[in-house]
Design a protein around this ligand. Structure first.
Ligand SMILES: Cc1cc2nc3c(=O)[nH]c(=O)nc-3n(C[C@H](O)[C@H](O)[C@H](O)COP(=O)(O)O)c2cc1C
Ligand code: SF4
Length: 440
């Protein structure tokens, strides 16, 4: 299978190598077409957003107003803070120029003269790598005013990196725009949507890093080529980040619709010690989990996962073996969403804290069966009653994990499960220092 995003080419992150491999020829081709033709190709390719909601990229671009005197903007979302997601940073590191080329083409298609790549604040290394790629591209005339002579076109645009400051909520598109504007990262009430009222009140398109990095290949090879890869309703390859109890955790680029079991057992090397799988979260920590005994035949694409009651999210696959303490997992996930709630909406601000409290009660051995219903009731009261989808991100894991593992949770609150005693100092397991030295 041909890799679109992470090809096995040495030093592909270097501008020279990228150019040798045909880099920036898609941009040249795109600038010879009309913006509408490009939007049409991307629509027909079936490219869907890789940032969580799997919305059609071409359709989103078509929402941008065509006749306006207002400046338009593109935001490339590289906040990547969802637990279990670590694929955008692979693009920053190994294929930054394809992301730049995709950004140029998208700006041209939507009529933007400025793009911001918003990168998670903790990604120091990847911010530096991406900045280096931008500097090189500027120097060689692939970004900015020099583009006019490089590509022989009237169009040019600028690209800036904006560094986040460590808040998960700033990955939510409207919050990201507030953060870019220098305001507190509060999500905005929608509508109006960003295409009508985005950055500084101007029309704005926001797409995930992986989404944008796909664009040059669609233009270069044609929408028919892209549409034929993987599952027709969600075509292309997907960067699957596999973590947890697998022998070879990592990011695997595979066609959409690849079997989940194939990803876990063939690519990620199976489960250590040949243990059974208890639970898999298929798309980052906010997505509904799947039972280990219900993984057969599950395909990894948006529509197939919807059919089994989950969602593709960011493609971050978290594998948990039979010895996993699901209460602990859920308590930890909930703690994260409680901590990251921006506090604007009462159901999210209060509800996430209540869920954390009840889960900790169960964890401490003081829970009861009624706590399980209480948790589901709190989750249901958050779901659909908040400004942004962090509410659902917090509610879904709680509701679906308890519903799908009710037997497990009931045994757990009734103390009928003996959990294996685990080594709590994981990070020290393989240390070569004698423990005594460290404590000095
Ligand atoms: C709480 C929250 C956090 C989010 N974090 C990210 C993120 O880190 N990266 C991302 O691309 N999208 C994130 N999203 C989704 C964005 O709001 C937006 O839908 C996405 O960037 C659009 O890109 P796409 O259409 O290419 O997927 C988040 C959404 C929510 C509700
Ligand atoms: S749902 Fe949570 S994170 Fe989103 S706006 Fe409301 S309080 Fe803030």
């Amino acid at each position: 299978m041909e890799k679109i995003l992470l090809p096995d080419i040495n030093n592909f992150h270097q501008l020279e190598v990228y150019k040798e491999q045909g880099g920036f020829s898609a941009a040249k081709k795109a600038f010879g077409q009309t913006p509408d033709e490009i939007i049409d190709s991307v629509k027909k390719s079936g490219l869907r957003g890789r940032g969580g909601a799997a919305f059609s990229a071409g359709l989103k671009w078509s929402f941008m107003p065509k006749t306006t005197d207002l400046p338009k903007y593109l935001c490339v979302n590289g906040d990547e803070s969802e637990p279990g997601s670590f694929k955008d940073r692979q693009i920053f590191e190994f294929n930054p120029h394809q992301l730049i080329e995709g950004t140029l083409i998208t700006c041209y298609a939507i009529g933007a003269k400025v793009a911001y790549i918003y990168i998670r604040g903790e990604y120091h290394k990847w911010i530096k790598l991406m900045q280096k790629a931008l500097d090189d591209a500027y120097e060689h005339g692939y970004i900015g005013e020099k583009m006019k002579s490089t590509f022989g076109t009237d169009f040019y645009c600028d690209i800036f990196i904006h560094k986040g400051a460590g808040a998960y909520i700033c990955g939510e598109e409207s919050s990201l725009m507030n953060s870019l504007e220098g305001q507190r990262g509060y999500p905005r009430v929608k509508p109006p949507f960003p295409a009508q009222n985005g950055l500084w009140g101007n029309p704005t398109t926001i797409n995930n890093v992986e989404t944008i990095a796909n664009v040059p290949k669609i233009i270069e090879k044609g929408w028919e080529w892209f549409a034929a890869i993987g599952e027709p309703k969600h075509p292309g390859t997907i960067l699957f980040g596999v973590s947890g109890h697998v022998n070879k955790p990592g990011v695997y680029e595979l066609p959409s619709g690849t079997l989940l079991t194939e990803i876990i057992y063939k690519y990620a090397g199976g489960v250590p010690g040949g243990k059974k799988i208890l639970c898999v979260i298929p798309g980052g920590s906010s997505m509904p989990p799947l039972r280990g005994d219900k993984l057969e035949g599950v395909k990894m694409d948006a529509e197939s996962l919807k059919e089994v009651g989950s969602a593709i999210g960011t493609g971050g696959i978290m594998v948990m073996d039979e010895d996993t303490d699901l209460v602990k997992v859920l308590a930890r996930i909930t703690k994260f969403y409680h901590h990251e709630s921006c506090g604007q909406c009462t159901p999210c601000r209060e509800g996430t804290g209540w869920m954390e409290k009840v889960l900790n009660r169960i964890l401490d051995g003081n829970g009861s069966t009624s706590d399980l219903d209480l948790l589901i009731s709190i989750a249901n009261n958050i779901d659909g009653n908040t400004i942004c989808a962090l509410g659902e991100a917090a509610a879904w894991p709680v509701r679906y994990t308890i519903e799908r593992f009710r037997d497990y949770f009931e045994k757990r609150v009734n103390k009928q499960i003996t959990l294996p005693v685990k080594n709590k100092v994981h990070s020290m397991r393989k240390t070569s220092f004698p423990i005594a030295d460290i404590t000095k």
